[in-house]
Design a protein. Structure first.
Length: 255
């Protein structure tokens, strides 16, 4: 069931979204050659603690997971698409890094993700990341009252496919509110004019995931969490929490 939020609730979610934006900014600023993924998670924990916020990621355990998630951010590097667990792995020059983060503040959740390169960027990675952000922008632009979920999915998928990138099937965006994952599901590919209508008060996490080779195949890593491209190609992931309002889409996780 889709839960519509009041304007007051959306304002509260904006405060949670600000914390996520600050967290991602701090993590990205820290990310450098030689820094470990676990150190990035520690930076994220500090931001949450200073803001008086909790983590919807820590100890989260969906049906597919062999164990609760042990960190407050997902750190997905190179061929990892999403759900990477922070480890002692140290970043190397040219790594493509995707950071997914959330915050719970006063009972409301914000959820966002960014992709970037550490050190010298490969031109192919820059194009992949730029397209991921373009797909996110297209999805947000389609998130208006009167459209349907399929319009968001179609906007994202069109950008990704036109650029020649793959899309991992079965993974995409979702509703956000008191919980990190609520109805409805927001696919990254679909037909326009299909799905439930968008109404004032809906809050969605819109999150494109792109596979650089153009193929869609992926597989879970041995940790049971990380999803990797099956051909070893690189991936990018972007995300914002967006409120559907009569005045247009409002990005709640922007700085």
């Amino acid at each position: 069931m889709v839960q519509l939020k009041t304007d007051t609730s959306i304002e509260a979610m904006r405060e949670a979204g600000r914390v996520v934006a600050q967290l991602l900014t701090a993590v990205r600023k820290t990310a450098a050659v030689g820094v470990s993924l676990r150190e990035l998670d520690e930076v994220a924990r500090d931001v949450l603690r200073d803001a008086g916020a909790g983590s919807p990621f820590l100890n989260y355990r969906p049906h597919f997971a062999p164990a609760p998630f042990p960190a407050v951010i997902c750190t997905s590097v190179n061929d990892a698409i999403v759900h990477g667990i922070p480890t002692d792995q140290r970043l190397r020059d040219g790594d493509l890094v995707s950071i997914d983060a959330g915050a719970t503040l006063d009972g409301w959740v914000g959820d966002s993700a960014v992709s970037f390169t550490v050190g010298r960027a490969r031109p192919a990675d820059t194009r992949l990341i730029d397209t991921a952000f373009a797909a996110l922008d297209a999805g947000i632009a389609a998130a208006v009252v009167g459209n349907r979920i399929g319009d968001i999915a179609h906007a994202i998928g069109t950008v990704c496919r036109t650029a020649g990138y793959g899309i991992p099937e079965g993974f995409g965006g979702h509703g956000v509110g008191r919980s990190m994952h609520e109805d409805p599901a927001v696919p990254n590919e679909g037909r326009p004019g299909r799905g439930i209508p968008l109404r004032h008060g809906m809050v969605l996490a819109i999150e494109p995931m792109l596979i650089g080779s153009g193929h869609d195949a992926f597989h879970p890593d041995r940790d049971g969490w990380t999803l990797r491209t099956s051909d070893g190609s690189r991936a990018a992931h972007t995300e914002h929490t967006v409120a559907i309002t009569d005045a247009g889409p409002r990005v709640l996780t922007a700085l």
